[in-house]
Write a protein that binds this ligand. Sequence first.
Ligand code: FE2
Length: 376
Amino acid sequence: MVQTATPPAERSLSEEADFLKLKNFDHVHFYVGNAKHAMYYWWKAYGFKPVAYSGLETGNREFASYVLESGHIRIVVSAPYGPSSSLAAHHLLHGDGVKMIGLEVDDAAQAFEATTSRGARPAWEPRTETDEHGRYSTSAIHAYGDVLHVFVERSDYKGVFAPGYRPLDLPHDSAGLVALDHMVGNVQLGKMNYWVNWYHQVMGFRQLRHFDDKDISTEYSALMSKVMENGTGRVKFPINEPAEGKRKSQIEEYLDYYMTPGVQHLALQTGDIIATMEKLRANGIEFLRVPDTYYDLLPERVGEIKEDFARIRELGILVDRDDEGYLLQVFTRPIQDRPTAFVEIIQRRGARGFGKGNFKALFESLELEQEQRGNL
Ligand code: FE2
């Protein structure tokens, strides 16, 4: 599917200097109700390797925390030991969810200065922690909802994750997940452009793609989405807002259960989606299924692909083509009880888009589930 050309007004955004100089995603930090269970989930279901732990045994008396890695993806899950912790308040309001998006920089103090001088609300000022493995510096700003962007400077740190964590070495069975492709935020009706401008002005991001409710709508619910990316193109943040539909938008359902704007999904890249899906399905991960008719029309819509169409259909994988290539993707059901955050698995074969051609089929499938929850 051919993507619409970027209109001239938006092209000027890409000429903006990349003053923040983000290197890449550093980590995604979930606050959860039970860190041990969450660790087990990412370890056994998604094939992440547990690499570090912080908790009572390491002198952390406030919360238990595990760090897991798969390729370049690093996920942290933390849960409070008692009700007075700020993690407990976060969990009471939101359930399990992403609290911090760590972004790697060369200089955490410079990133703080660059963003707060452009209007970002500070979360914490630049600070350096040291241990026998070196110096680890961070600073943080508030983004949408209760989400923080944490600037992480780790070039002088040789330990696992951060000071206060000790290594874990557990055997794991990788599912082939190699990189964080993008992370999507859901914001309130009418707030998408506010956050698009915020990422442009405060973070120096530019707009990559634009979808509106004509692209992303079904009979009942709709959303609008714009994709912001940093100067290197490695950090991509699509921002969604609900659009008016006949009935409740899936974004509204998220906001009703998460209680504030927050992270909707993490897209995890694999180099072999067939192998990854075989593992994830065997491990019990639940995925959205699109109607069978989707597969009847697929060969005609996407043309020749390297994968076997029958296998793609069996595994419920979606395919979309744009002018640069194609991509394969699949979406999980929510990863906690509240219908909030979920995971996307994506393999790119040239395409740099987000699967626009799949949106309609996908959202119909999503709404079927939303209806079953009594939330449509
Ligand atoms: Fe996505």
